[in-house]
Write a protein that binds this ligand. Structure first.
Ligand SMILES: [Mn+2]
Length: 392
């Protein structure tokens, strides 16, 4: 009896992640010592969890879209951690396209570490093919220095001979660049399909983006690295078949949370009243989240009467006490409730001071200089009114 062959596999499963930033210092977040160490261990845990999720879902391949570690901080031990973990994922394959934080340059872990057989590191700064079998080809490239500015999609069209083609690289999609985000590997999403790719698995932008129209995937950073990186995070699961059918599913696996909240201290009568307001805001902001793995940035807003002096460090401690967050950072953007125009009319030293600073402000075009003068006016008028000066 002839058996008809119906078991030809047509679906290929990939778990894609990027921008893990292993060994990050986290000082910019106000994380030091123990908390910073927990955050760094959390990044390693995120990679372990990604591998487990890939295995659970029957993935054939894990793709890494760059910035997996930070070159300046990462040591050989991080290379060993990666090599051991990747080896444990076999028979799943692992494909690496390095980014601007972990470029393939002399001394890079991608160069110094001995990688297990299931790992493929793309080393060229132009898209190079790796056959995945079943007519599917992965094209990857790596940044070779931290300031590479080439266009990853500046290449000939692929796919003239058929098959499914997937691109893997770290780059900045120019049609959707967030304000102020650095340009490393600039490209345009429209070129993905134009160059014959069914899909581009990318890294660089830390916010998740799955674009069904252009077939562009940014998984985002799997754990929040700044206060702006709020919301659900994790790798993206991609299924692609021989007929170019594509399905994308973002996974939410983050264990840490970044939260931003505004606290309105307008017109509070005392520091105690402001602190009460801070407590309420902090508790509300962290509702439902694990406080020991949450980082809160609290912004004070509103007009603060001059007799109320708020010390940022004290406000941070008050918020930590109230909500138990691992990290609280306070930004004081409140304005002093001082009638500056009236103060400038005083026939006192305070009036003379106000006139002097207002005069300097009038002729000042430099933004930084203006901010300094604004602070001088605020602190000076508080001090000369004989109230306690709260530093922000
Ligand atoms: Mn990054």
């Amino acid at each position: 009896m002839l058996l008809s062959r119906t078991d030809v596999r047509v679906t290929y499963r990939i778990l894609h992640l990027a921008d893990l930033h292993l060994d990050r210092a986290f000082a910019g977040l106000g994380c030091y010592g123990e908390v910073a160490r927990r955050r760094r261990e959390g990044l390693r845990q995120a990679l372990r969890s990604a591998g487990e999720a890939a295995a659970d879902r029957g993935c054939d391949l894990v793709t890494l879209g760059g910035d997996i570690y930070e070159h300046a901080q990462a040591g050989l031990e991080t290379g060993r951690f990666l090599a051991t973990l990747f080896a444990s994922w076999a028979p799943m394959r692992v494909a690496v396209a390095a980014g601007n934080h972990d470029p393939v340059m002399p001394g890079a872990l991608w160069e110094r570490t001995e990688w297990p057989e299931n790992v493929h590191v793309f080393r060229e700064p132009m898209l190079t093919p790796l056959s995945l079998g079943d007519g599917i080809t992965l094209w990857g490239l790596s940044h070779r220095d931290p300031a590479w500015l080439g266009d990853p999609l500046d290449c000939d069209s692929v796919g003239a001979e058929g098959g499914v083609h997937i691109a893997l690289f770290h780059g900045a999609e120019m049609g959707s660049r967030p304000d102020g985000k650095s340009i490393h590997g600039p490209f345009h999403a429209a070129h993905i399909r134009e160059r014959g790719f069914s899909l581009a698995l990318c890294g660089h932008y830390h916010r998740r983006r799955l674009d069904a129209a252009t077939h562009l995937v940014y998984p985002g950073s799997p754990e929040p690295l700044t206060f702006d990186e709020d919301g659900e995070r994790g790798p993206v699961m991609v299924e692609i078949d021989n007929n170019d059918r594509l399905r994308m599913e973002p996974l939410t696996l983050n264990r840490w949370h970044a939260v931003r909240a505004d606290c309105d201290v307008d017109g509070v009568a005392s520091a105690a009243e402001a602190h009460e307001c801070v407590r309420d805001t902090a508790r509300e902001a962290l509702a439902g989240l694990p406080p020991e793995r949450s980082m809160l940035r609290l912004t004070l807003r509103g007009e603060l009467p001059t007799q109320v002096a708020l010390d940022t460090a004290v406000v941070e401690a008050v918020a930590v006490d109230a909500c138990g967050a691992a990290v609280v950072r306070v930004r004081d953007l409140s304005t002093p409730g001082i009638d500056i125009a009236a103060a400038a009319l005083d026939r006192t030293a305070r009036g003379a001071f106000a006139r002097e600073v207002l005069g300097a402000l009038e002729g000042c075009e430099d933004e930084h200089e203006r901010a300094v003068l604004d602070d001088a006016l605020r602190y000076g008028l508080q001090a000369l009114e004989d109230v306690e000066v709260g530093l922000r």
